[in-house]
Design a protein around this ligand. Structure first.
Ligand code: M6R
Length: 593
């Protein structure tokens, strides 16, 4: 979603903001802009649709020496993708950038138009600019005006406000991510929607709570509640200086690099959690597993483990459904929220609902310090490192494994020897799979032009069929559907012909039944790509085949299969020449509902 970076301090402010925006490119965006205080003390605005490089080109021939600037990458919600709707929005001596949605924008727009405010864009964001300008015209200072204008908005939003009349930058947020940071030595302060943009620039970061205004000036930040009184409602944290900016290294794409990181990360997770630390967790009566997209599918695998290994009843929900369905929450229930970013708007809203109803909440999360991390009662970090590719890969594996570790915690296990062996075996088998890149490349060359794909699987392989289809859709822009193999004949089989590819996942469980399902597709001329144990009964009915060795992996085997799906999707997308790391229309972290 939209990326925000603001800076105040030394004269290379624009360069620092552009560097910050560059780091946020992975989140997905369609236009970029920057506003800075020029040498005359006025605000200069530059914005352009398309990649950040277009904005940088615009600035190349301009004097952009400045000690205060605010930048933005936009992911359109209200209004088409064009220069006019890009951020920042400027009115007289005032500029704003926005991440979120103003739900009552239409109503406010009518009122502002009636009062004579001239809108220059179709965005909801400009409504805040209008409100703010009237508050200032009525004689309020920037903080009081921000507070008054913000109180009129409905929905989740984060804003950064810059005025040529102020020597600071003001921020305000509710339900959308925002982090500030300072470097006292250099006399600088920064703000962003993502801590990643601040690494290396600041030494200390602050996560303001909702409805807290931050006033950033050179080397300091002051916090205020909406009534203007000083606020202590923020979390302060020293920034790890050893946090490395992720690079692609020898890989062509971040996604591929992240797929290849998995064996090492699995071993790391095992070292962190399974080396005898006290993992005890009170066994709940029932578990609600909540997440979105890939995190939801990870929850599906974890849910099956909880039911199978521990006989704990599970309810699995998309966060966007859970938050509005008035869920049945009972004493003794536990809610587990799964999220890579920890900033997904629906997941956060679902967690808040549980918290408000007195249900204990825990996270399976990657980003330490994220909103989810701060809001839950207990965190289980997945230790995946930064995931840059919009299509989630390594996070899925780590989420499921962390869920598996939580099962041990519920069981009160003290000896993790057998689980450690399984983790190690999984890591090893994935390594072997990753060494077969040629197999996936050749397969992709044969099938990349097909337009329809079914991923099928039964039992523990059904969630990875869903996840496999999601991956292919996201990065290859083809229609792909995940289906429970036994369900195909209840309708979708009508779609099978010689133009449809079926990626058939076959594990040791329900082997014969799944093979029968494949026969049904073969009888209707569907192209079969089998992923399963190397046995003649299976191999001989497949047009193409990916042999896997399941022995010893047991409940972790869906993760092994999933890596095969990841590689296949990656190589199909590569053949098609899509923007693999930043697929069209997608955002890495979905901070609006
Ligand atoms: O950051 P989260 O894990 O909460 O994100 C959830 C989904 O938006 C995310 O998994 C999405 O589906 C990915 N693009 C999948 O590859």
């Amino acid at each position: 979603m939209c990326g925000i970076v603001g800076h105040i301090g030394a004269g290379d402010s624009v360069d620092k903001v552009l560097e910050g925006l560059k780091r946020l490119e992975y989140r997905g965006y369609d236009s970029a802009g920057i506003c800075f205080k020029n040498s005359a003390g006025d605000l200069s605005l530059f914005k352009k649709t398309g990649k950040l490089a277009n904005l940088i080109n615009l600035l190349n021939n301009q004097d952009h020496h400045s000690s205060s600037s605010v930048g933005h990458t936009r992911w359109a919600t209200h209004g088409a993708v064009n220069d006019m709707n890009s951020h920042p929005h400027l009115y007289k001596n005032l500029a704003i950038v926005h991440n979120g949605i103003i739900e009552n924008a239409e109503e406010l727009r009518k009122g502002l138009t009636a009062r004579g405010f001239k809108f220059t864009s179709d965005t909801d964001s400009e409504v805040f600019l209008g409100l703010l300008s009237f508050e200032l015209e009525e004689g309020r200072d920037l903080l009081a005006a921000t507070s008054n204008a913000f109180k009129k908005l409905k929905g989740s939003s984060a804003f950064v406000i810059q005025s040529s009349d102020s020597d600071g930058i003001v921020t305000i947020k509710r339900g959308a991510p925002l982090v500030c940071g300072i470097n006292e030595n250099l006399g600088e302060a920064m703000v962003s929607s993502d801590p990643y943009a601040l690494i290396g620039f600041v030494e200390k970061i602050f996560f303001p709570d909702d409805d807290v205004m931050c006033f950033l000036s050179k080397g300091s930040i002051n916090f205020y509640d909406l009534d203007g009184s000083p606020s202590t409602r923020y979390l302060a944290k020293d920034l790890e200086t050893n946090f490395e900016i992720s690079t692609k290294g020898q890989f062509e794409h971040y996604m591929l690099k992240e797929i290849y990181e998995q064996p090492v990360l699995i071993r790391k997770l095992s070292d962190i959690y399974l080396e005898g630390i006290d993992l005890e967790l009170e066994r709940p009566k029932r578990v609600h597993l909540v997440g979105c997209g890939t995190a939801f599918y990870a929850g599906m695998v974890v849910g099956q483990m909880l039911e199978k290994l521990l006989k704990i009843p599970v309810s699995l929900e998309f966060a966007s459904e859970f938050r509005y369905k008035d869920p049945l929450l009972l004493p003794g229930d536990l809610a587990i929220f799964i999220s890579q970013s920890g900033e997904t708007a629906d997941t956060l809203a679902a967690q808040k609902l549980c918290k408000d109803k007195g249900i204990k909440t825990i996270s399976i999360v990657n980003v330490e310090g994220s909103t989810l991390f701060r809001e839950v009662d207990q965190n289980f970090l997945i230790h995946a490192g930064q995931e840059i590719g919009v299509a989630s890969t390594k996070a899925f594996t780590q989420q499921v494994l962390t869920g598996r570790i939580i099962c041990e915690a519920f069981a009160g296990t003290k000896d993790f020897k057998s689980l450690k062996q399984k983790f190690s075996l999984l890591s090893h088998r994935i390594e072997e799979l990753l060494n077969q890149a040629e197999l996936f490349k050749e397969m992709a060359q044969k099938i990349y032009n097909f337009q329809g794909f079914f991923f099928t699987g039964r039992g523990p392989y059904y969630p990875v069929a869903l996840e496999g289809a999601l991956k292919l859709k996201e990065i290859a822009y083809v229609h792909a559907e995940g289906y429970a193999a036994g369900e195909l004949k209840h309708g979708p089989i009508a779609l099978i012909d010689e133009k449809m590819v079926n990626i058939a996942i076959v594990g040791p469980e329900l082997f014969d039944k799944t093979v029968s399902n494949i026969q049904e597709i073969k009888a209707r001329k569907g192209i079969i790509i089998g992923i399963g144990p190397d046995v003649a009964d299976l191999r001989n009915i497949c047009d193409l085949f990916i042999p896997l060795t399941f022995e010893g992996l047991e409940e972790l085997s869906p993760l092994y299969v999933n890596v095969a799906n990841q590689l296949l999707s990656y190589h199909i997308a590569k053949q098609k020449g899509t923007d693999i790391d930043r697929p069209r229309n997608l955002a890495k972290s979905v901070t609006v509902e």
